[in-house]
Design a protein around this ligand. Structure first.
Ligand SMILES: [Zn+2]
Ligand SMILES: [Zn+2]
Ligand SMILES: [Zn+2]
Ligand SMILES: [Zn+2]
Ligand SMILES: [Zn+2]
Length: 304
């Protein structure tokens, strides 16, 4: 049964809305100046008011909202559709527009879309920086302020190879590795492909094709299925242990020193270093300081 009720927007309606908006299938989103959101279908629109049908539990309710109360109306069935509309209507160089969209994504809980927007923002900022400092933007890092870690080729991990399999993850099959092509001599026929069998009808032994090896004399190694290799037990087939790269602490990139991570030679805008990097940098310096202190001890004059 459909219950149709006409309600004038008042405080009590507001309370109702916050309770039921969760169960409403989104059609149009009406954001009120009070900060409340109404989701429903707009039935009638006049200069003074808006008639909205909304689903309340199993029934529908019709409410009328005064236009003075409305901040804005957003059309859209679901946030992702809405996102795609906004995304495609944006100028790819519009930094402010993208920042607004990013905030919207965060507010809607659209994480993947937010990442997409963030990447676009980085691109725009990079382009702006290059425009601003056409001669000074840092070439080694492409104005990003970061350089791929050479220690790990930007992977963020170092693999210490397994001693037993030299990082291969596999070792030669014990059963067949010294034989050709991962095959073993057929045991039934002794590798001949045929064997002699007594035929009672003929009263003598006859040569019979070996069915086990189809006459080939060889069978596929059952231990490794002919692969000639088996998994290395020491590293469980992984070839070694993956550890976070020591050079970049697993971050895959290092700060660009020539531009002090600012992306511009000499850092003219005096951008501070990212906090984590400052900390890490001082750690690295400490470890670099340590060895020279030991050196005088080693260099003792043997003739002294
Ligand atoms: Zn740089
Ligand atoms: Zn084998
Ligand atoms: Zn055989
Ligand atoms: Zn291994
Ligand atoms: Zn690294």
């Amino acid at each position: 049964m459909i219950v149709r009720r006409s309600l004038w927007l008042c405080l009590c309606v507001g309370v109702l809305l916050t309770i039921f908006s969760v169960t409403v299938v989104a059609d149009d989103v009406i954001v009120l100046k009070s900060g409340r959101t109404i989701i429903g279908k707009i039935l009638k629109r006049t200069d003074q008011s808006l008639e909205v049908e909304m689903v309340v539990g199993k029934s529908r309710a019709k409410i009328t909202i005064s236009t003075d109360e409305i901040e804005r109306i957003e059309k859209g069935e679901n946030p992702d559709n809405e996102f795609r509309k906004r995304w495609s209507s944006l100028d790819p160089k519009d930094l402010e527009g993208h920042n607004t969209l990013l905030q919207w994504c965060v507010g809607q809980g659209l994480k993947i879309q937010a990442t997409q927007v963030r990447q676009r923002i980085q691109k725009i900022e990079l382009a702006l920086l290059k425009d601003k400092f056409p001669d000074l933007w840092c070439r080694p890092c492409g104005a990003t302020g970061k350089i791929n870690c050479l220690g790990c080729q930007g992977k963020g991990v170092e693999v210490s190879p397994c001693q037993r399999c030299a990082g291969q993850g596999t070792v030669g099959c014990r059963a067949c590795s010294r034989k050709k092509e991962g095959s073993l001599d057929c045991r039934r026929c002794g590798g001949a492909g045929t064997y002699e069998r007594f035929d009672p009808s003929k009263g003598r032994k006859v040569k019979t094709r070996c069915s086990t090896c189809s006459g080939k004399g060889k069978i596929e190694c059952p231990t490794c299925s002919g692969k000639q290799k088996s998994r290395c037990d020491d590293c469980k087939g992984e070839g070694g242990k993956s550890l976070p790269c020591r050079d970049c602490s697993g971050k895959k990139a290092l700060i660009c020193k020539p531009c002090e991570a600012s992306g511009v030679k000499g850092n003219p805008e005096k951008k501070p270093l990212p906090k984590e990097e400052v900390k890490k940098g001082s750690d690295a310096e400490k470890s670099e300081e340590a060895p020279p202190k030991k050196k005088p001890v080693i260099k003792k004059n043997p003739f002294g």
